[in-house]
Design a protein around this ligand. Structure first.
Ligand code: FAD
Length: 393
Protein backbone atom coordinates (compact mmCIF):
# COMPACT_ATOMS: atom_id res chain seq x y z
CA UNK A 1 0.00 0.00 0.00
CA UNK A 2 1.26 3.50 -0.82
CA UNK A 3 0.89 6.16 1.83
CA UNK A 4 0.41 9.74 0.61
CA UNK A 5 1.35 13.08 2.15
CA UNK A 6 2.11 16.62 1.08
CA UNK A 7 5.60 16.81 2.56
CA UNK A 8 7.98 13.93 3.30
CA UNK A 9 11.04 14.84 5.35
CA UNK A 10 14.05 12.52 5.48
CA UNK A 11 15.91 12.92 8.80
CA UNK A 12 14.40 13.85 12.19
CA UNK A 13 17.32 15.98 13.37
CA UNK A 14 17.33 19.67 14.20
CA UNK A 15 16.62 20.94 10.68
CA UNK A 16 14.10 18.23 9.74
CA UNK A 17 11.97 18.69 12.87
CA UNK A 18 11.95 22.48 12.49
CA UNK A 19 10.81 22.11 8.89
CA UNK A 20 8.12 19.59 9.87
CA UNK A 21 6.71 21.97 12.49
CA UNK A 22 6.43 24.92 10.08
CA UNK A 23 4.99 22.86 7.21
CA UNK A 24 2.50 21.22 9.60
CA UNK A 25 1.46 24.61 11.00
CA UNK A 26 0.68 25.69 7.43
CA UNK A 27 -1.79 22.83 7.19
CA UNK A 28 0.38 20.54 5.07
CA UNK A 29 0.21 16.82 5.83
CA UNK A 30 3.74 15.93 6.92
CA UNK A 31 5.61 12.67 7.49
CA UNK A 32 9.13 12.79 8.93
CA UNK A 33 11.23 9.64 9.04
CA UNK A 34 14.57 8.67 10.53
CA UNK A 35 16.58 5.47 10.55
CA UNK A 36 17.57 6.05 14.18
CA UNK A 37 15.66 4.81 17.21
CA UNK A 38 15.17 8.33 18.59
CA UNK A 39 14.82 11.76 17.00
CA UNK A 40 17.39 14.53 17.48
CA UNK A 41 20.25 12.39 18.73
CA UNK A 42 22.81 15.11 17.99
CA UNK A 43 20.72 17.61 19.91
CA UNK A 44 20.78 15.22 22.86
CA UNK A 45 24.59 15.01 23.00
CA UNK A 46 25.22 18.62 22.02
CA UNK A 47 26.80 21.25 24.24
CA UNK A 48 27.94 18.64 26.75
CA UNK A 49 24.29 17.52 27.23
CA UNK A 50 22.97 21.09 27.63
CA UNK A 51 22.63 22.02 23.92
CA UNK A 52 24.16 25.30 22.86
CA UNK A 53 20.95 25.93 20.91
CA UNK A 54 21.79 29.31 19.38
CA UNK A 55 24.12 32.28 19.49
CA UNK A 56 22.70 35.77 19.95
CA UNK A 57 25.34 37.18 17.60
CA UNK A 58 24.60 34.74 14.74
CA UNK A 59 24.90 36.38 11.34
CA UNK A 60 26.21 35.45 7.88
CA UNK A 61 29.81 36.32 8.91
CA UNK A 62 29.83 33.34 11.25
CA UNK A 63 29.41 30.80 8.46
CA UNK A 64 31.72 29.20 5.89
CA UNK A 65 30.37 28.52 2.41
CA UNK A 66 31.55 28.76 -1.19
CA UNK A 67 28.84 31.44 -1.45
CA UNK A 68 28.97 33.53 1.77
CA UNK A 69 25.77 35.39 0.76
CA UNK A 70 23.57 32.29 0.53
CA UNK A 71 22.74 31.98 4.25
CA UNK A 72 21.67 35.64 4.60
CA UNK A 73 18.03 35.24 3.63
CA UNK A 74 17.16 32.28 5.88
CA UNK A 75 19.15 33.66 8.83
CA UNK A 76 17.42 37.04 8.55
CA UNK A 77 13.94 35.51 8.44
CA UNK A 78 14.43 33.18 11.43
CA UNK A 79 16.67 34.76 14.04
CA UNK A 80 18.08 33.67 17.42
CA UNK A 81 15.30 35.82 18.99
CA UNK A 82 12.68 33.68 17.23
CA UNK A 83 14.17 30.48 18.62
CA UNK A 84 14.51 32.00 22.11
CA UNK A 85 10.79 32.90 21.96
CA UNK A 86 10.00 29.23 21.20
CA UNK A 87 12.21 28.03 24.06
CA UNK A 88 10.52 30.48 26.43
CA UNK A 89 7.05 29.46 25.26
CA UNK A 90 7.96 25.96 26.49
CA UNK A 91 9.32 27.39 29.77
CA UNK A 92 12.80 25.98 29.18
CA UNK A 93 15.28 27.80 31.41
CA UNK A 94 18.44 28.95 29.63
CA UNK A 95 21.56 31.00 30.21
CA UNK A 96 24.32 32.70 28.25
CA UNK A 97 27.59 30.94 28.93
CA UNK A 98 30.08 33.10 27.03
CA UNK A 99 30.42 34.93 23.68
CA UNK A 100 26.65 34.94 23.09
CA UNK A 101 26.33 31.15 23.42
CA UNK A 102 22.94 30.11 24.85
CA UNK A 103 22.55 26.80 26.68
CA UNK A 104 19.70 25.01 28.47
CA UNK A 105 20.04 25.30 32.24
CA UNK A 106 18.96 21.70 32.64
CA UNK A 107 19.15 19.31 29.69
CA UNK A 108 19.36 19.19 25.89
CA UNK A 109 16.46 16.74 26.09
CA UNK A 110 14.23 19.74 26.86
CA UNK A 111 14.84 21.00 23.31
CA UNK A 112 13.95 17.61 21.83
CA UNK A 113 10.76 17.44 23.94
CA UNK A 114 9.88 20.97 22.78
CA UNK A 115 10.30 20.06 19.09
CA UNK A 116 8.29 16.84 19.54
CA UNK A 117 5.47 18.75 21.28
CA UNK A 118 5.39 21.31 18.45
CA UNK A 119 5.37 18.52 15.84
CA UNK A 120 2.47 16.82 17.62
CA UNK A 121 0.53 20.10 17.75
CA UNK A 122 1.13 20.50 14.01
CA UNK A 123 -0.13 16.91 13.35
CA UNK A 124 3.23 15.72 12.00
CA UNK A 125 3.65 11.94 11.71
CA UNK A 126 7.00 10.70 12.99
CA UNK A 127 8.39 7.35 11.76
CA UNK A 128 11.51 6.10 13.53
CA UNK A 129 13.75 3.10 12.69
CA UNK A 130 12.72 3.58 9.08
CA UNK A 131 15.32 3.39 6.35
CA UNK A 132 15.06 4.55 2.76
CA UNK A 133 15.94 2.25 -0.11
CA UNK A 134 15.05 4.25 -3.22
CA UNK A 135 13.79 7.69 -4.17
CA UNK A 136 12.14 8.38 -7.51
CA UNK A 137 10.43 11.37 -9.05
CA UNK A 138 7.63 10.85 -11.49
CA UNK A 139 4.78 13.02 -12.74
CA UNK A 140 5.69 15.80 -10.29
CA UNK A 141 5.55 13.52 -7.23
CA UNK A 142 8.25 11.79 -5.21
CA UNK A 143 8.00 8.07 -4.45
CA UNK A 144 10.18 6.91 -1.59
CA UNK A 145 10.55 3.19 -0.86
CA UNK A 146 11.19 2.75 2.86
CA UNK A 147 11.50 -0.21 5.23
CA UNK A 148 7.95 0.69 6.31
CA UNK A 149 6.41 0.79 2.79
CA UNK A 150 6.19 3.27 -0.06
CA UNK A 151 5.45 6.94 0.68
CA UNK A 152 4.36 9.34 -2.06
CA UNK A 153 4.76 13.08 -1.53
CA UNK A 154 4.44 16.34 -3.38
CA UNK A 155 7.54 17.77 -1.66
CA UNK A 156 10.63 15.93 -0.49
CA UNK A 157 12.88 17.57 2.09
CA UNK A 158 16.33 16.07 2.59
CA UNK A 159 17.51 16.74 6.17
CA UNK A 160 19.76 13.74 6.80
CA UNK A 161 22.72 15.78 8.03
CA UNK A 162 26.29 15.10 7.01
CA UNK A 163 29.23 12.81 7.69
CA UNK A 164 30.35 13.83 11.18
CA UNK A 165 30.31 11.15 13.87
CA UNK A 166 29.42 8.06 11.76
CA UNK A 167 29.01 6.13 15.03
CA UNK A 168 25.81 8.15 15.57
CA UNK A 169 24.27 7.20 12.23
CA UNK A 170 25.69 9.96 10.02
CA UNK A 171 25.61 8.71 6.45
CA UNK A 172 26.20 11.31 3.78
CA UNK A 173 22.89 10.06 2.29
CA UNK A 174 21.91 13.61 1.31
CA UNK A 175 24.83 13.77 -1.12
CA UNK A 176 23.63 10.57 -2.84
CA UNK A 177 20.18 12.10 -3.36
CA UNK A 178 21.75 15.32 -4.65
CA UNK A 179 23.85 13.34 -7.13
CA UNK A 180 20.84 11.28 -8.20
CA UNK A 181 19.08 14.51 -9.16
CA UNK A 182 22.16 15.93 -10.88
CA UNK A 183 22.89 18.60 -8.26
CA UNK A 184 26.54 19.62 -7.76
CA UNK A 185 28.42 19.09 -4.50
CA UNK A 186 31.19 21.06 -2.84
CA UNK A 187 33.91 18.72 -1.62
CA UNK A 188 33.35 17.77 2.02
CA UNK A 189 35.87 17.80 4.87
CA UNK A 190 35.69 17.58 8.66
CA UNK A 191 35.23 20.87 10.54
CA UNK A 192 35.35 21.91 14.22
CA UNK A 193 37.80 19.09 14.79
CA UNK A 194 40.98 18.61 16.87
CA UNK A 195 44.23 18.91 14.90
CA UNK A 196 46.98 16.28 15.06
CA UNK A 197 50.77 16.73 15.10
CA UNK A 198 53.60 14.73 13.53
CA UNK A 199 55.46 12.32 15.86
CA UNK A 200 58.46 14.66 16.40
CA UNK A 201 56.25 17.61 17.42
CA UNK A 202 54.10 15.33 19.55
CA UNK A 203 57.14 14.10 21.42
CA UNK A 204 58.33 17.66 22.03
CA UNK A 205 54.92 18.72 23.32
CA UNK A 206 54.00 15.49 25.13
CA UNK A 207 54.74 16.96 28.62
CA UNK A 208 51.99 19.50 27.93
CA UNK A 209 49.19 16.97 27.31
CA UNK A 210 46.20 18.07 29.39
CA UNK A 211 47.34 21.70 29.75
CA UNK A 212 44.68 24.31 28.87
CA UNK A 213 45.51 27.96 28.26
CA UNK A 214 43.80 31.05 26.78
CA UNK A 215 45.06 31.56 23.23
CA UNK A 216 44.63 33.53 20.06
CA UNK A 217 44.87 30.98 17.26
CA UNK A 218 45.10 32.30 13.74
CA UNK A 219 45.11 31.01 10.19
CA UNK A 220 45.98 33.81 7.79
CA UNK A 221 43.80 36.75 8.76
CA UNK A 222 41.25 34.62 10.62
CA UNK A 223 41.82 34.53 14.37
CA UNK A 224 39.91 33.11 17.34
CA UNK A 225 40.51 34.07 20.93
CA UNK A 226 39.36 31.15 23.08
CA UNK A 227 40.85 28.32 25.15
CA UNK A 228 43.44 25.93 23.70
CA UNK A 229 44.10 22.41 24.96
CA UNK A 230 47.26 20.34 24.40
CA UNK A 231 46.30 16.68 23.96
CA UNK A 232 48.05 13.30 23.51
CA UNK A 233 47.30 13.53 19.76
CA UNK A 234 47.91 17.24 19.19
CA UNK A 235 45.83 20.35 19.76
CA UNK A 236 42.20 20.87 20.72
CA UNK A 237 39.99 23.32 22.63
CA UNK A 238 37.56 25.89 21.16
CA UNK A 239 40.20 28.10 19.49
CA UNK A 240 41.68 25.11 17.64
CA UNK A 241 38.26 23.70 16.66
CA UNK A 242 37.31 27.10 15.23
CA UNK A 243 40.51 27.43 13.18
CA UNK A 244 40.31 23.79 12.01
CA UNK A 245 37.38 24.77 9.74
CA UNK A 246 39.69 27.18 7.87
CA UNK A 247 42.86 25.07 7.99
CA UNK A 248 43.94 22.99 4.98
CA UNK A 249 46.57 20.26 4.83
CA UNK A 250 50.07 21.82 4.68
CA UNK A 251 48.99 25.16 6.20
CA UNK A 252 50.67 26.70 9.24
CA UNK A 253 48.72 28.12 12.18
CA UNK A 254 49.97 30.68 14.72
CA UNK A 255 49.38 30.46 18.44
CA UNK A 256 49.60 33.41 20.80
CA UNK A 257 49.28 31.97 24.30
CA UNK A 258 47.97 34.22 27.10
CA UNK A 259 47.17 36.86 24.44
CA UNK A 260 45.87 39.40 26.96
CA UNK A 261 49.18 39.58 28.82
CA UNK A 262 52.20 41.77 28.01
CA UNK A 263 54.76 39.09 28.86
CA UNK A 264 57.87 41.29 28.46
CA UNK A 265 56.42 43.91 30.83
CA UNK A 266 55.51 41.22 33.36
CA UNK A 267 59.01 39.71 33.21
CA UNK A 268 60.60 43.16 33.61
CA UNK A 269 58.44 43.83 36.65
CA UNK A 270 59.35 40.45 38.14
CA UNK A 271 63.06 41.14 37.49
CA UNK A 272 62.81 44.49 39.30
CA UNK A 273 60.93 43.00 42.25
CA UNK A 274 63.07 39.92 42.71
CA UNK A 275 65.92 39.43 40.25
CA UNK A 276 67.01 36.22 41.94
CA UNK A 277 63.96 34.30 40.85
CA UNK A 278 64.14 32.15 37.72
CA UNK A 279 62.24 32.97 34.54
CA UNK A 280 60.28 29.74 35.07
CA UNK A 281 59.05 30.88 38.49
CA UNK A 282 58.06 34.28 37.08
CA UNK A 283 56.25 32.76 34.09
CA UNK A 284 54.45 30.26 36.32
CA UNK A 285 52.64 33.26 37.84
CA UNK A 286 50.69 33.66 34.58
CA UNK A 287 51.07 30.32 32.76
CA UNK A 288 50.32 26.75 33.85
CA UNK A 289 53.49 25.37 35.51
CA UNK A 290 54.22 22.75 32.86
CA UNK A 291 53.89 25.32 30.10
CA UNK A 292 56.25 27.74 31.92
CA UNK A 293 58.79 24.93 32.24
CA UNK A 294 58.45 23.97 28.55
CA UNK A 295 58.90 27.57 27.39
CA UNK A 296 62.03 28.13 29.49
CA UNK A 297 63.61 24.80 28.50
CA UNK A 298 62.92 25.51 24.83
CA UNK A 299 64.53 28.96 25.06
CA UNK A 300 67.55 27.67 27.01
CA UNK A 301 67.19 30.70 29.33
CA UNK A 302 67.20 28.82 32.60
CA UNK A 303 69.12 31.34 34.76
CA UNK A 304 67.96 34.10 37.11
CA UNK A 305 66.01 37.08 35.78
CA UNK A 306 68.71 39.44 37.08
CA UNK A 307 71.16 37.96 34.56
CA UNK A 308 68.82 38.38 31.60
CA UNK A 309 68.96 41.24 29.10
CA UNK A 310 65.85 42.86 27.62
CA UNK A 311 66.56 40.84 24.47
CA UNK A 312 66.46 37.61 26.49
CA UNK A 313 63.15 38.64 28.05
CA UNK A 314 61.77 39.33 24.58
CA UNK A 315 62.96 35.90 23.44
CA UNK A 316 61.09 34.34 26.35
CA UNK A 317 57.96 36.34 25.56
CA UNK A 318 58.11 35.17 21.94
CA UNK A 319 58.36 31.56 23.13
CA UNK A 320 54.98 32.16 24.76
CA UNK A 321 53.25 34.33 22.21
CA UNK A 322 54.68 33.48 18.81
CA UNK A 323 54.27 29.80 18.01
CA UNK A 324 54.07 28.59 14.43
CA UNK A 325 52.76 25.08 14.05
CA UNK A 326 52.14 22.95 10.98
CA UNK A 327 49.52 20.37 12.00
CA UNK A 328 49.91 16.95 10.40
CA UNK A 329 46.17 16.46 9.96
CA UNK A 330 42.89 16.37 11.84
CA UNK A 331 41.09 13.70 13.84
CA UNK A 332 38.61 13.41 10.94
CA UNK A 333 34.87 12.74 10.86
CA UNK A 334 35.15 10.45 13.89
CA UNK A 335 35.27 13.46 16.22
CA UNK A 336 34.42 16.42 13.93
CA UNK A 337 31.39 18.40 15.16
CA UNK A 338 30.45 19.35 11.62
CA UNK A 339 31.08 18.66 7.94
CA UNK A 340 32.21 21.48 5.69
CA UNK A 341 31.05 21.53 2.07
CA UNK A 342 28.00 19.59 0.85
CA UNK A 343 25.15 20.41 -1.51
CA UNK A 344 26.32 23.36 -3.65
CA UNK A 345 24.22 26.42 -2.80
CA UNK A 346 24.29 27.61 -6.43
CA UNK A 347 21.66 24.98 -7.19
CA UNK A 348 19.36 26.02 -4.30
CA UNK A 349 16.98 28.93 -3.87
CA UNK A 350 18.17 30.86 -0.79
CA UNK A 351 14.63 31.83 0.31
CA UNK A 352 13.11 28.36 0.24
CA UNK A 353 16.12 25.97 0.11
CA UNK A 354 14.45 24.34 -2.93
CA UNK A 355 16.52 22.80 -5.71
CA UNK A 356 16.17 25.18 -8.65
CA UNK A 357 16.12 22.36 -11.20
CA UNK A 358 13.81 19.89 -9.38
CA UNK A 359 10.48 21.40 -8.24
CA UNK A 360 9.50 20.14 -4.79
CA UNK A 361 12.96 18.93 -3.72
CA UNK A 362 14.57 20.73 -0.72
CA UNK A 363 17.88 20.41 1.15
CA UNK A 364 18.31 21.83 4.67
CA UNK A 365 20.70 21.78 7.62
CA UNK A 366 24.20 20.45 7.67
CA UNK A 367 24.05 18.67 4.30
CA UNK A 368 24.08 22.07 2.60
CA UNK A 369 27.38 23.89 2.02
CA UNK A 370 26.84 26.27 4.94
CA UNK A 371 28.86 25.57 8.10
CA UNK A 372 28.86 27.64 11.26
CA UNK A 373 31.50 28.46 13.82
CA UNK A 374 31.52 26.71 17.16
CA UNK A 375 29.08 28.26 19.63
CA UNK A 376 25.44 27.60 18.68
CA UNK A 377 25.76 28.81 15.08
CA UNK A 378 25.18 25.38 13.53
CA UNK A 379 21.88 24.83 15.29
CA UNK A 380 20.81 28.35 14.30
CA UNK A 381 21.45 27.37 10.68
CA UNK A 382 19.48 24.14 11.16
CA UNK A 383 16.51 26.05 12.65
CA UNK A 384 16.64 28.84 10.03
CA UNK A 385 17.03 26.60 6.97
CA UNK A 386 14.38 24.20 8.33
CA UNK A 387 11.97 27.08 8.85
CA UNK A 388 12.69 28.42 5.36
CA UNK A 389 11.87 25.10 3.69
CA UNK A 390 8.85 24.56 5.97
CA UNK A 391 7.44 27.84 4.73
CA UNK A 392 7.42 26.71 1.09
CA UNK A 393 7.35 22.85 1.00
P1 FAD B 1 21.40 16.03 12.17
O1 FAD B 1 21.08 16.68 13.45
O2 FAD B 1 22.64 15.23 12.05
O3 FAD B 1 20.13 15.13 11.79
C1 FAD B 1 20.12 14.26 10.69
C2 FAD B 1 19.17 13.14 10.98
O4 FAD B 1 19.06 12.33 9.80
C3 FAD B 1 19.65 12.22 12.09
O5 FAD B 1 18.60 12.05 13.02
C4 FAD B 1 20.00 10.91 11.39
O6 FAD B 1 19.72 9.78 12.17
C5 FAD B 1 19.10 10.96 10.16
N1 FAD B 1 19.63 10.21 9.01
C6 FAD B 1 20.88 10.25 8.49
N2 FAD B 1 20.96 9.44 7.42
C7 FAD B 1 19.74 8.89 7.25
C8 FAD B 1 19.20 7.96 6.33
N3 FAD B 1 19.94 7.45 5.36
N4 FAD B 1 17.89 7.61 6.46
C9 FAD B 1 17.13 8.12 7.47
N5 FAD B 1 17.58 9.00 8.37
C10 FAD B 1 18.87 9.38 8.26
N6 FAD B 1 25.85 22.71 17.06
C11 FAD B 1 25.46 23.79 17.79
O7 FAD B 1 24.99 24.77 17.22
N7 FAD B 1 25.56 23.76 19.16
C12 FAD B 1 26.07 22.70 19.85
O8 FAD B 1 26.09 22.68 21.09
C13 FAD B 1 26.55 21.59 19.09
N8 FAD B 1 27.12 20.53 19.71
C14 FAD B 1 27.52 19.47 18.96
C15 FAD B 1 28.12 18.38 19.62
C16 FAD B 1 28.53 17.27 18.89
C17 FAD B 1 29.22 16.14 19.60
C18 FAD B 1 28.30 17.23 17.48
C19 FAD B 1 28.70 16.03 16.67
C20 FAD B 1 27.72 18.30 16.84
C21 FAD B 1 27.33 19.43 17.55
N9 FAD B 1 26.75 20.54 16.93
C22 FAD B 1 26.37 21.63 17.68
C23 FAD B 1 26.45 20.53 15.48
C24 FAD B 1 24.96 20.19 15.29
O9 FAD B 1 24.66 19.03 16.02
C25 FAD B 1 24.62 19.97 13.80
O10 FAD B 1 25.06 21.08 13.05
C26 FAD B 1 23.11 19.79 13.62
O11 FAD B 1 22.68 18.68 14.36
C27 FAD B 1 22.77 19.60 12.16
O12 FAD B 1 21.39 19.38 12.06
P2 FAD B 1 20.77 18.53 10.88
O13 FAD B 1 19.33 18.39 11.19
O14 FAD B 1 21.19 19.06 9.58
O15 FAD B 1 21.48 17.09 10.99
Amino acid sequence: MTEKCDVLILGAGAAGMMCAIRAGQRGRSVIILDHARAPGEKIRISGGGRCNFTNIHAGPKNYLSANPHFAKSALARYTPRDFIALVEKHRIAWHEKTLGQLFCDDSAKDIIRMLLAEMQAAHVKLRLETSVSTVSHDGGRFRVATSGGVIEAESLVVATGAKSIPKMGATGFAYQIAEQFGLPLIETRPGLVPLTLDPAALERLSPLAGVAVPAEVSHGKTAFNEALLFTHRGLSGPSILQVSSYWREGDTIRLKLEPASDIVALLRQAKQKNGRQSAQTALAEILPKRLAQHVVEKSGLTGNLADMSDKALTTLANEVQDWQIKPAGSEGYRTAEVTLGGVDTTCLDSRSMAAKSVPGLYFIGECVDVTGWLGGYNFQWAWASGQAAGEFA
